[in-house]
Design a protein around this ligand. Structure first.
Ligand SMILES: *[C@@H]1O[C@H](CO)[C@@H](O)[C@H](O)[C@H]1NC(C)=O
Length: 397
């Protein structure tokens, strides 16, 4: 099992980096002054630690591989990794890897290779997090069984098992939903910015740090206000409010002109939407399923995405990467609960993701033609990862 995943993981990492870096890098001109992040658990750097919610990751084994003063911190796969990856053609991959290596402090592939096992565990953990958390008071650690079925047991039993605890002392659970750094942290580093993008609510950081990068994301949130209510996390409108406050603080810190420059030239990464379906619509706790047919709910969310993007555009954001939905029917929890069909992916959810993505692309075109100067990019992640899930041996051994 482990060896099967070694190369797979490596692919994931590369593709993730490529996927998330390249659009942003391409959108960026010569120099990017800052990276600014909005969204959910895929990119939350610890904001949830500072609010009243059960959806936190401030305990071991989270953060185990975070070594802020060393480049050896390994990559964390955000909860979307199993679907947050596109597979570029090999020559694109090599070229991009080559380019990444030339960037200052670019993460080197070899450093990650042996760490795949952690990632796999955390990957699995992460993948089922949003839905699991909805049903449990505290998010449990996940034993490695198989990628297709993911039973879970309380952390106390799994923690005594290897590889949990292997290097606990070195790690610091920062509130990232992973063992190490998030994709956005790697992107920041690849852009020549600091190796960690700090959470806006983290009291260990201040406006001086945020001038180069800031994360407003909150695990468990969504485009719909009702989604963030489920686990009392930060609604997306509140992320925008924090962004407004940030602009004011930045103006006081570096001066108005410089602040406006940072806001305009920064790269924005948005990763949000899965929770709207899995935690909200299909979990039947919010009543949205009675209010809307699923197609109508997709349209409703697209309108909310438009509101959000227009709001940050109005506040000065220009270079924005918006991540598509992935094959959310293939998340381990969804497959585990798909008992009737032997643990297969839930095709209905995947279809919803595809339909949503089509609408999202249309929205992006619309906004790019109506909002002057906007460089909004769609980061497609559905197909590539689904291919890996369906045919892992083609990408591994
Ligand atoms: C979400 O909540 C905020 C704050 O209460 C409100 O301003 C906004 O209109 C709400 N959005 C929708 C679509 O209801």
């Amino acid at each position: 099992m482990a060896s099967r995943f070694r190369n797979l993981f490596f692919h994931h990492l590369l593709h993730l980096l490529l996927l998330l870096c390249l659009p942003s890098l391409a959108a960026a001109s010569a120099r990017v002054p800052a990276i600014i992040v909005f969204g959910d658990s895929t990119v939350d750097a610890g904001n949830n630690n500072q609010i009243k919610t059960v959806l936190k990751s401030n305990f071991s084994p989270y953060g185990r591989d975070i070594y802020p003063h060393s480049l050896i911190s390994c990559c964390c796969l955000p909860s979307s990794i199993l679907y947050n990856v596109s597979l570029p053609k090999t020559h694109h991959l090599l070229k991009a890897l080559h380019n990444l290596r030339r960037l200052p402090h670019a993460p080197m592939a070899s450093r990650f290779r042996n760490l795949f096992f952690h990632h796999l565990l955390h990957l699995l953990l992460l993948l089922c997090l949003p839905s699991l958390a909805a049903a449990s008071a505290r998010v449990p650690a996940t034993p490695l069984s198989s990628s297709a079925t993911l039973p879970w047991t309380p952390a106390t039993t799994t923690r005594s098992r290897r590889p949990y605890g292997r290097d606990i002392a070195g790690g610091r659970p920062t509130g990232r939903f992973c063992n190490g750094r998030l994709a956005t942290d790697f992107i920041s580093e690849a852009l020549g910015l600091p190796p960690l993008v700090p959470a806006y609510l983290d009291p260990d950081y201040g406006i001086k740090d945020f001038a180069q990068g800031v994360c407003f994301a909150s695990a468990g949130t969504g485009l719909d206000n009702a989604t963030s209510d489920v686990l009392s996390v930060i609604p997306v409108w509140q992320e925008v409010e924090y962004f407004k406050e940030y602009r004011r603080r930045l103006g006081r810190h570096v001066g108005k002109a410089r602040a406006m420059h940072i806001i305009r030239e920064a790269v924005y990464i948005v990763s949000i939407g899965t929770n709207d379906f899995l935690e909200n619509y299909y979990s039947y706790v919010t009543g949205r399923f009675r209010e809307f047919k699923v197609e109508e709910f997709e349209d409703f969310l697209i309108d909310r995405a438009a509101d959000f993007l227009t709001a940050i555009y109005t506040l000065g954001a220009r270079k924005i990467s918006f991540t598509s939905l992935g094959a959310m029917g293939c998340l381990p929890l969804e497959r585990t609960t798909n008992v009737l069909h032997g643990g297969d992916c839930i095709e209905e959810y995947n279809k919803v993701a595809r339909d949503f993505n089509v609408k999202l692309q249309a929205l992006i075109h619309r906004l790019c033609s109506s909002l002057p100067g906007l460089k909004l990019r769609y980061a497609p992640v559905y197909d590539g990862l689904l291919r890996i899930i369906q045919n892992p041996s083609a990408y591994g051994e």
